[in-house]
Design a protein around this ligand. Structure first.
Ligand code: DP6
Length: 364
């Protein structure tokens, strides 16, 4: 048995959101109330910006270890994960140890290939990488479906980061039936995103709190029902390279989730004034784009093309993803600059070819 392995994984951005755990299952299983859809993302021009949206993790099991240890590596320095993070790490590693019938302690080191204080930290890439290298170190040889189930035990959205491209997480109704599958790698689908990093701090209220309180919102049943329908529609649109429909559904679903957040008990407000500024800018750019297109169609001469077709989505924090076609990335960046978002707070992303994979490069 090799007992040591490393993996890398990309984060993902949800188009149809996970917000709320199914109440009829134990909460540690992280079974969502509705199916969700995401795009696994990687940074564009990572060598130029120094931001590579990837988590690299190494784990080793050995009889020489007298206890389990886990470290976060930042700028070549190691810091110990706190108790609540360790609990989530054990939620992934322990069931895999049981499956492999291995009773050894481990050492784990995880590194994000982007500045830690960039507001981009992702538990999805972290737990996807952890499940992947642990399974390999323990010689389990699990396929992506199985890895997705174990990644989910660390963080729900990590179930999706096992795959590249566009991904569908079937909510299922047990540990064995709740996992993500790839919709398509569809690199021919012309889509990219520009992230405006509004706040580099950690989330004020962690998602776990919201997954429990979502049920207190009267809008939650509507969000669940609509999300199920939207998953089917968005998959169709992704397969048909229909950017407009993908964008519209993505933005609607984000607003449904935030309506639930804001009307839960206690209410959760994740936006700040800059988030709203970007939202308004995106909707205005889109309005201008469609107006110009309409006038052109009617044969009315236009001085120049106005606006850009773009759509936003926001997770449990103030940072905002603006989806656009690849050729419009610079344009969106320019408009964000106009409203005061500096270039240093902008990260450009595209769909990633893979979610998680084993690599030979060990961190210790
Ligand atoms: C709003 O429980 O997966 O991003 O707190 O990072 O572990 P962590 O997140 P998780 O909830 C994700 C919530 C979301 C929507 C989504 O990704 O589907």
């Amino acid at each position: 048995m090799k007992l040591k392995s490393s993996a890398v994984a990309h984060p993902n951005i949800a188009l149809i959101k996970y917000w709320g755990r199914a109440v009829d299952h134990p909460s540690y299983l992280n079974i969502p109330t509705n199916d969700t859809v995401s795009m696994t993302k990687e940074s564009i021009e990572s060598s130029k910006t120094g931001i590579d949206l990837i988590t690299h993790t190494t784990i080793e099991f050995s009889e020489n270890f007298s206890k389990d240890t886990a470290f976060l590596k930042t700028n070549n320095e190691l810091s110990v994960f706190d108790q609540s993070q360790m609990k989530r790490i054990l939620a992934v590693v322990n069931p895999l140890k049981e499956l492999a019938n291995v009773d050894l302690h481990f050492k784990m080191v995880s590194e994000n290939k982007f500045p830690t204080a960039a507001g981009l930290a992702s538990s999805a890439s972290a737990f996807a990488a952890l499940a992947t290298c642990t399974s390999n170190a323990l010689n389990l040889g699990l396929d992506n479906t199985e890895l997705s189930k174990y990644a989910r035990l660390g963080s729900g959205s990590a179930a999706r980061s096992i795959h590249g491209g566009f991904v569908w997480w079937k909510k299922g109704n047990s540990h064995d039936t709740s996992y993500a599958e790839q919709i398509c790698a569809c690199n021919e689908f012309n889509i990219a995103a520009v992230i405006a990093v509004i706040n580099r701090e950690e989330k004020e209220v962690i998602s776990n709190v919201g997954h429990d309180s979502a049920h207190s919102s009267v809008f939650n049943p509507i969000k669940i029902k609509e999300s199920e329908r939207q998953c089917v529609e968005i998959r169709e649109a992704i397969m048909n390279d229909d950017f407009t429909t993908v964008g519209k559904i993505t933005e609607k679903n984000c607003l449904y989730m935030h309506s639930v957040m804001m009307t839960s008990d206690p209410p959760l407000f994740y936006w700040n004034p800059n988030t709203l500024r970007v939202m308004k800018r995106v909707t205005k750019l889109r309005y201008q784009y469609f107006q110009t297109a309409k006038l052109l169609k009617e044969g009315v001469k236009q001085k120049e093309k106005e606006g850009i077709e773009c759509y936003f989505t926001v997770d449990a924090g103030p940072n905002i993803h603006c989806f656009c076609r690849t050729e419009d990335i610079e344009g969106v960046q320019g408009f964000l600059g106009d409203i005061g978002i500096p270039e240093s707070d902008i990260v450009k992303v595209k769909q990633a070819d893979y979610g998680s994979k084993i690599i030979e490069d060990h961190l210790f």
